[in-house]
Structures are given as structure tokens and as C-alpha cells.
Ligand binder design. Structure first.
Ligand code: NDP
Length: 495
């Protein structure tokens, strides 16, 4: 399947258009290397036009009644739902997420995410502060202005709307840049924004290389805030550029997530979740566990069943509804994964699972599920984010040892503890330095709950009521009620 008959356009100032230079970029199906679409390759001139349009649209949008902003978002959600059948295969062919994922998760979640963000966002409020009987003191939440939204490919549409929804309901205008390898569904979103009736310039969507148009968005003096999801190295580069103008950057970055399995864990539940969360979407989930610390009493049973179950994952064409694991997003991801597999073999780690790639999958960005038994937590295999279906299992003696090993990593996105003893689990999560800690669960991410890491995984929150903090700043307002305002000297004496 391809979309070569469809002319994908970017959205600048309310107009669907090509890039100003007329240049395009090729979108390739990672399952077979075939060309599936061409999209505009924007330039810095296009960034400047998009930011100018967003800046011009901001005052009116900010002063639009929040209920009317919500109505437009609900209309957008409805249009996405109407086009579900077109969007599902489009999402699949551009980044390899199997139909079972794109139909059950990506597109329905995008609809739900916008609806929740629009509905819940109507309840945002400021505060009042009882500081002085002669005054009334409060804080207002103000939108930043033009926000730059830069998104990754592993959940292309969901990640885009999870930023667009809260940005728009709080009164910001946006320049959204999707990933270059998988921008198709976000370009459809641009069309739907026009259809929904968003005023010109409120939503701008441009495509082009991150190192060029992404950096131009970040550096632009009229962009007030950046909200970025992606690799930690890219996040650091964005922060470096943004620091030149002290521009705030919300960042959801990489992870090297861990599952701790204690002797008293419910093994059936552990295995089901371990296999699902490690290999779902070929391990390309920010929250996927790729390190397993398993207590010695349950260790043998765990690895036997983990390997047996992972062996049954059906790897293949993502367009086949029976497929559980498709390819990685592009060939370089496969190369990176293969390098880490080689590095683990060279280190002498025992390969518990790692079948040869069948001949018929050789042309795609496929990597079969790999499980290694690891004996050195400091090895790059256990330290780096690989973002592939490639995981390590390590035997531990105690819960404390497991916690220390989890924390011995620069990332801090999420972790889970598996035990029937909730008291012990709660005491353990007190010491786990990750933004999310589950007990007897992993990869359960819903829009009502906050998502975000610590350390080099970033420090901000997506989803939940907390996300509105990323799109608003608090303005402090002081209303003096006294007969005459205090003079500076009177204040000094009072103090
Ligand atoms: P990248 O960081 O490579 O790309 C993300 C976005 O940033 C893309 O739109 C990309 O554009 C753009 N970009 C790249 N370089 C720059 C730059 N110098 N300046 C501005 N923008 C730039 O991430 P991936 O797309 O590879 O996504 C995978 C990563 O995302 C993993 O590390 C994963 O952990 C992380 N992630 C984190 C999540 C979280 O919640 N913490 C959720 C999902 C993913 P282009 O495509 O053109 O290069």
C-alpha cells in the first residue's frame, strides 16, 4: 500500500501548501523499503512564515472563550475518528507499527487524548493567596504565546495530539513539527484542522529535517516555549539552543526502563506483562522495560517462561492483522540494534533468545526478539537506550540490590516492582529514581495519569491535569485595598 496519489501539504497561516522551495522528502515503508509518499521539505523561510502566522493569530485565540476553543478540539477529534480507516494503514506503513497496534491503540487513543485534553482543560484555574489583609492576591494562568511542538515517530499521531490538545485549549498558538520519517498522519491532522475550522495561524504544521527546521523553530525569537519528545541527545541540543534566549523547554526524553521481579511475584502476570511491554511496538516505546532484575528464587522459572513466551511472538508484515511485531522504524534503527546485540555477544553474555532473521524479512528493518543473560550492569547493553526488541535479564539476591542497579543509570523514566507484598513494594519505590513506578504493572500509560521522567529522561509531565503547567505560566497579580499604598519606607519598617 502507498499514498503516492495523495499530495501531502504543510499548513502555514491557514493554507495547505507545499514548501516554499518546492522540495520534497521521501517516506519509505520500513517493512520493505518501498516509497510510500512524498511530503514537503520545508526551509527556514517556511519556519519564519509559520511562526509569523502563529504570532499574528495569538491575541485573538488567547481571548477566545475557552468553551469555543474546546468545541473546535472536539470537532477535530470527531474528524479524526471519521477518518480512522484511512489513518490506520497510513500510520502502519510509515513507521512499521502493526495493524493490531495502530487500529487498537494509535488512532483511537489520538481521539481520546484530544477529547480529554479539551474537556479537562476547561477546568484550569489560578490561585488566591492570603498574603496581606490590605490586598487581594492571585495568580492567573496565561498561555505562553507561540509554542513549538517537536515530536518523534514511535507514536506519530498520538504524540502530536497529546501536545496540540493542551497547547490549544490553554490559548497558545502552535508550530508543530512531526518526525521526518513518519509525518503522514500529522499532515492529515493539518488538513483536519482546516476542516474543523481553526482560525488561520492557530495551528501550523511543517515538515523538514530536525537539524534545520527543528532548530530554526527552537531558535526563533517569537517562539515562547518548546515542547519536545525524543532522544535525550537531541533534547540536550534543543536545550542548548533554547538557553541562548532562556526559552523554557518541556522535554520527554529517552529511557532505560527496568522491571524488578521478586521471589513472591505472581509469575503468570509477570510473564504476560514482561513480554508485552518489552516487545510491543518492537520495543520502541519510551516506557518499554529493557532491563529485568530478577530475584534468585524465581530466576530460573522466570527466564524459562519469558523465553518460551517471547518465542511465540509473530514477527512479520505489519499489514497482516495477525502480526504482533513489525519492523523497526527505519534501517538505521536495525543497524543500531544489531551493534548492541554484537556488543553483548562480544562481552560473553549468554543469548537466551535470538533467532536468525528469516530470509523473507531481510529487506525490512526487522530485528527478532532478543533476550540476554547479563552479568555486568555497567555494560553499554544495560546502560544505553537501544529502542528495539532487545533486552537483558540479571539475577539479583535482594530487593535492595535490584533498586541500586535500577538507579545506576543516567535515565529515569519508569520502572516497576513485581511482588505480592505491597508494603515492601511501596518502600522500594520510595528509593527508585524514576518518574513513574508501577507495582505489579508496566507500560500502563493512560491520558488521565502524569507521564514524564527524571534525570536524563527529562523533567516535565505529559498527560493528566499536570500537562497544563507545561503550556501556561502563572502571572502573579496584587490588588492593593488599603487607603493609600505603602511607601517603600513604611514597608521596610513593617518588616
Ligand atoms: P529524535 O530525538 O531523533 O527526533 C524527535 C524529533 O526531534 C523529530 O521530529 C526530529 O526531526 C526532531 N529533531 C531531531 N534533531 C533535532 C534538532 N537538532 N533540533 C530540533 N529538532 C530535532 O527521536 P526519535 O524520533 O528517534 O524518537 C525516539 C526517541 O524518542 C527515543 O529516545 C525515545 O525514548 C524518545 N521518546 C520519549 C518519550 C517519553 O515520553 N519520554 C515518548 C516517545 C519517545 P527529524 O525526524 O527530522 O530528525
Amino acid at each position: 500500500m502507498n499514498f503516492l496519489n495523495h499530495e501531502f501539504k504543510v499548513l502555514i497561516g491557514g493554507k495547505l501548501t507545499g514548501s516554499s522551495t518546492g522540495e520534497t522528502m521521501n517516506i519509505v515503508n520500513p517493512a520493505n523499503g518501498e516509497l510510500v509518499a512524498k511530503v514537503p521539505r520545508c526551509s527556514i523561510d517556511d519556519v519564519n512564515a509559520a511562526v509569523a502566522a502563529a504570532k499574528a493569530a495569538f491575541p485573538k485565540w488567547k481571548n477566545t472563550y475557552i468553551g469555543d476553543r474546546a468545541k473546535l478540539l472536539f470537532r477535530l477529534a470527531a474528524i479524526i475518528a471519521e477518518h480512522e480507516q484511512e489513518l490506520i494503514p497510513m500510520e502502519t506503513v510509515q513507521y512499521g507499527g502493526p495493524l493490531s497496534k495502530t487500529s487498537n491503540f494509535d488512532i483511537p487513543s489520538a481521539v481520546g487524548e484530544i477529547e480529554l485534553m479539551a474537556g479537562m482543560g476547561r477546568g484550569i484555574s489560578g490561585t488566591t493567596i492570603s498574603a496581606d489583609p490590605n490586598a487581594r492576591v492571585m495568580t492567573f494562568r496565561e498561555p505562553y504565546g507561540v509554542v513549538g511542538l517537536i515530536t518523534p515517530w514511535n507514536f506519530p499521531l498520538v504524540t502530536a495530539v497529546s501536545k496540540l490538545g493542551p497547547a490549544l485549549i490553554t490559548g497558545n498558538t502552535c508550530v508543530l513539527k512531526p518526525p521526518s520519517c513518519a509525518p503522514l498522519t500529522v499532515l492529515k491532522l493539518a488538513e483536519y484542522c482546516v476542516e474543523a475550522g481553526f482560525p488561520e495561524g492557530v495551528v501550523n504544521v511543517i515538515t523538514g529535517p530536525g537539524t534545520e527546521v527543528g532548530e530554526a523553530i527552537v531558535a526563533h525569537p517569537d517562539v515562547a516555549k518548546i515542547n519536545f519528545t525524543g532522544d535525550s541527545k537531541v533534547g540536550k541540543r534543543i536545550m542548548e539552543i533554547a538557553s541562548q534566549s532562556v526559552k523554557p523547554v518541556a522535554s520527554e526524553l529517552g529511557g532505560k526502563n527496568a522491571m524488578i521481579v521478586l521471589d513472591d511475584a505472581e509469575l503468570d502476570a509477570v510473564i504476560e506483562t514482561a513480554v508485552y511491554s518489552a516487545f510491543f511496538n518492537s520495543g520502541q516505546n519510551c516506557g518499554s522495560p529493557s532491563r529485568f532484575y530478577v530475584q534468585e528464587g524465581i530466576y530460573d522459572k522466570f527466564i524459562t517462561r519469558f523465553v518460551e513466551t517471547a518465542k511465540r511472538i509473530k514477527v512479520g508484515d505489519p499489514m497482516d492483522p495477525e502480526t504482533m511485531m513489525g519492523p523497526l522504524a527505519y534501517m538505521n534503527c536495525r543497524k543500531t540494534a544489531e551493534q548492541y546485540i554484537k556488543s553483548a555477544k562480544d562481552a560473553g553474555f549468554k543469548l537466551l533468545l535470538g533467532e536468525r532473521l528469516p530470509e523473507y524479512l531481510q529487506n525490512g528493518a526487522y530485528v527478532m526478539p532478543h533476550i540476554f543473560e547479563i552479568t555486568d550492569n555497567k555494560h553499554e547493553f544495560m546502560q544505553d537506550e537501544i529502542f528495539a526488541p532487545v533486552v537483558g535479564v540479571m539475577k539479583v539476591k535482594t530487593a535492595e540490590e535490584a533498586v541500586a542497579l535500577v538507579n545506576d543509570n543516567k535515565y529515569g523514566l519508569c520502572s516497576s516492582v513485581w511482588t505480592r507484598d505491597y508494603r515492601k513494594g511501596l518502600l522500594m519505590i520510595d528509593n527508585l529514581r524514576t518518574g513513574t513506578c508501577w507495582i505489579n504493572q508496566h507500560l500502563k500509560i493512560v491520558p488521565e495519569t502524569p507521564w514524564g521522567g527524571c534525570k536524563e529522561s527529562g523533567w516535565t509531565k505529559e498527560n493528566s491535569f499536570m500537562v497544563y503547567d507545561e503550556y501556561t505560566f502563572q502571572k502573579h497579580v496584587w490588588l492593593e485595598l488599603g487607603d493609600k499604598p505603602h511607601t517603600f519606607w513604611e514597608n521596610m519598617i513593617t518588616l
